[in-house]
Design a protein around this ligand. Sequence first.
Ligand code: HEC
Length: 201
Amino acid sequence: MATDNIDQKHNEDYEYDTLTNDRLIKDHDYDGIRELDNDLPPWWKWLFYITIIFSVVYMIRLFVFNDDSLVQEREYEIEMAEAKANMPEVDETTAAFELVLLEDEASLASGQETWAKICSVCHLMDGGGLVGPNMTDHYWIHGNTLEDMWRIVENGVIEKGMIPYKDQLSEQKRLEVISYIMVKIVGSTPATAKEPQGTAY
Ligand code: HEC
């Protein structure tokens, strides 16, 4: 980049800009526009050398050591295999539906949702009873076991106005709402309760 006046006098191989004395590239003249013959800046050259070194290291890793981490496809396969190995075994026997009382908060909350949306219309939100019987006392028309209630919710009591929920609610949803009745409603004290119906248990 620096102007070299000494060079100008002694070196016939170069041409120089008449105004700035900068060295010009010979025979490069495009409509009077001349290009300077500057050296490339050192930072640029070093960047270039580093890319060459990088490419050599990269090729050795890729082709000599067969480094898997450089090939996306291999990386993908390895990660998929790892994920598969870490996946818990799905036990078919526990996946099957079981008729047991659910007492965890999530199931009861989900049961409460179903109760509020569908059942409370006839049984009231607090279970005191309206069209349907009081669910808070220990009197039951159709029995007080989980199986008894399962049967009622599945088949309904059409002649009294309760439809079957077999097709409307999944097994899980039915079990959740029954669990909600047994855990949260039975034994509670509603504001207004219907008189006992059925048999005391
Ligand atoms: C359209 C009104 C209505 C709706 C909605 C309704 N029920 Fe009922 N339910 C009744 C009536 C009426 C009875 C009483 C049947 C009888 O007298 O035999 C009853 C009885 C029951 C019984 C048996 C109670 C006993 O004393 O043996 C259970 C359990 C029950 N309902 C659960 C549910 C659940 C859970 C839902 C929501 C998924 C629901 N019901 C929705 C009207 C309804």
